[in-house]
Design a protein around this ligand. Sequence first.
Ligand SMILES: *Cc1c(COP(=O)(O)O)cnc(C)c1O
Length: 365
Amino acid sequence: MNKNKILVTQSSLPNFNEYCEEIREIWDTHILTNMGAKHQKLEKELLKFLSVSNITLFTNGHLALEYIIEAMNLSGEIITTPFTFASTTHAIIRNGITPVFCDINSYDFTIDVKKIENLITEKTTAILPVHVYGNLCDVEKIASIAKKYNLKVIYDAAHAFGVEKKGVGVGNFGDASMFSFHATKVFNTIEGGAVVYKDDTLTEKMKAFKNFGIMDNGEIRYAGGNAKMNEFQAAMGLCNLKHLETEILKRKKIVERYKERLKDIEGIRFSKISEEIKSNYAYFPILLDGYKYTRDEIFEKLSKQNIFTRKYFYPLISDFECYRDNYDSRKTPIAKFVADRILTLPLYASLELDIVDRICDIILL
Ligand SMILES: *Cc1c(COP(=O)(O)O)cnc(C)c1O
């Protein structure tokens, strides 16, 4: 571990002995995977934590998303945004569906709900918006558009674990939501993910898809894949879940310090978050628009001091080598503008406030 380097994130780990205690049973049972006791326990705890009625755990968030798209029998076109991680778009493409990119809004970087309707065609079957940085999309407006055009809504909630709006858990919006429990996320199971959904009848498929299509009676009903969360992953989740609220509180303090130091500076902007939202403080992006240094200059200045920020999300998905021949990022001008100016600063529960001050000093100097 390089002690001098400050990375953009650092994975949360429970106390070493706590994890050892949690996995001890595995040595008694020799059950390492295939929906063992840890898996079942984590599923139960997450149902409660998220206050949702259905959940299926996966070995990662990406496969959870791929499989829920398949299970919901979507086809044709899905409206999404290019300002996200590669996974969101890849999951659509890998289902043989065409992603249609909608622009984002400039205040919280989620899908611009005013631009959705223009993109709906007779081929559209769903909207797949992203609660980017944990910022909640305009879920009410999206629900009303979906109802009007009879579309499904799947949220990429990879960043939004633990977020609530007026006391309602983030997993209750739309037909389904995917969460990522990757090592870099607010809550991790090393690698891992889950999908929550409203329609109870999807449970059979979601469970079968992640285990080769095998049913409880041994029949193979579906051409499924393999995406099971193993017992060591689930055990990490059980431990990390216990510390989540404290971790989020620490993150909150760090974000407050950043804001205190960087607020009211001409050319530096934060995401706007409504008072109704209980945030999980997953990321701290700043938008550098007309500041004395460009985003790339700040990135370089900090790198020289061994502080590593991330141009997250840059480039836009529509500018990826695998997509740029088929898309024109000028059609989503706000997303392009933001991608060229956004920088996420280091943020993790154990980040010391002294270091936050040092980062701010470098940005402001
Ligand atoms: C992390 C992430 C994913 C993928 O999750 P994995 O668990 O890494 O597979 C999907 N979408 C977004 C926005 C993410 O940040």
